[in-house]
Design a protein around this ligand. Sequence first.
Ligand SMILES: Nc1ncnc2c1ncn2[C@@H]1O[C@H](COP(=O)(O)OP(=O)(O)OP(=O)(O)O)[C@@H](O)[C@H]1O
Ligand SMILES: [Mg+2]
Length: 296
Amino acid sequence: MPPSDSEPLARGPVPRGLPSVNGGISASDDIVIKASGVTVRFGQKTILENLELDVRRGEILGFVGPSGAGKSVLLRTILGLNPKQGGTIEVFGIDYHGANERERLSIERRWGVLFQHGALFSALTVRENIEVPMREYLDLSPKLMRDLAMLKIDLVGLAPDAADKYPSELSGGMIKRAGLARALALDPEIVFLDEPTSGLDPIGAADFDQLIMTLRDTLGLSVYMVTHDLDSLFQACDRIAVLGDRKVLVEGPLSTMLSFDHPWVKSYFHGKRARTVVTPNAPDADPSKSESAGVR
Ligand SMILES: Nc1ncnc2c1ncn2[C@@H]1O[C@H](COP(=O)(O)OP(=O)(O)OP(=O)(O)O)[C@@H](O)[C@H]1O
Ligand SMILES: [Mg+2]
């Protein structure tokens, strides 16, 4: 049976302790995205109401919540693909939605997006897909674009011969990597990832998490990751934000999630699936299970 979209996905053991929170580039208080009082409605239906959220420079923020809560709506709203009825969203300190054309373009050049399922153009090769944002935002020679695209292909761990393949010729994991390479085309400071590990096998998903952590550490990226994947949350994320009741219910490190008293948050982080990946540091971790955890 395919995994339910609303359920957390567990995929095998994870290392002990809370990795990466203080590893590599540590999250500073520098805010790259600030959502204040954001309200989004479709007709009579209010999806988000007075939502508050901060994303800090250099952190991997995991964004979770029940299916249909509005995670994708918020992502699309931040990206300006969705209108909002109230509030402000500042990106790099600039109100993106109130900005003029020049300011918006300059912000768009500083972010990259990996949409769910990769969203690659099927008629273009991987290399041509990666060149799309370069053509849109930069004025580079064809040779330079080609060279840069090959660098991105290498950066995400794809073999050079993937460059001339079409999306239909790629595996699911290769599509995610190609999508990530396109998201990195403009050397962004923020990347938005929508369910980056869904559909990957456990090893592929763990490799992808590792790639994201490495890129964060080496490029200083800020990462906004919508995910249902408990392993990604436990393994890769510095902080987690939970969407529920039309707002961010709680925002903080894993330890905050584990002690937060809310029915959905409790069942998500202490549910059956969570217990298979929970670390010995967690308040209710089962030591016998933790002993057998090992390193992913
Ligand atoms: N363009 C739209 N017009 C009307 N309603 C919409 C639109 N986009 C999203 N919605 C509604 O907003 C709500 C939140 O949808 P959204 O896709 O953000 O959920 P989600 O939290 O991303 O869920 P999932 O985990 O399943 O991806 C849903 O009820 C959806 O039907
Ligand atoms: Mg969604």
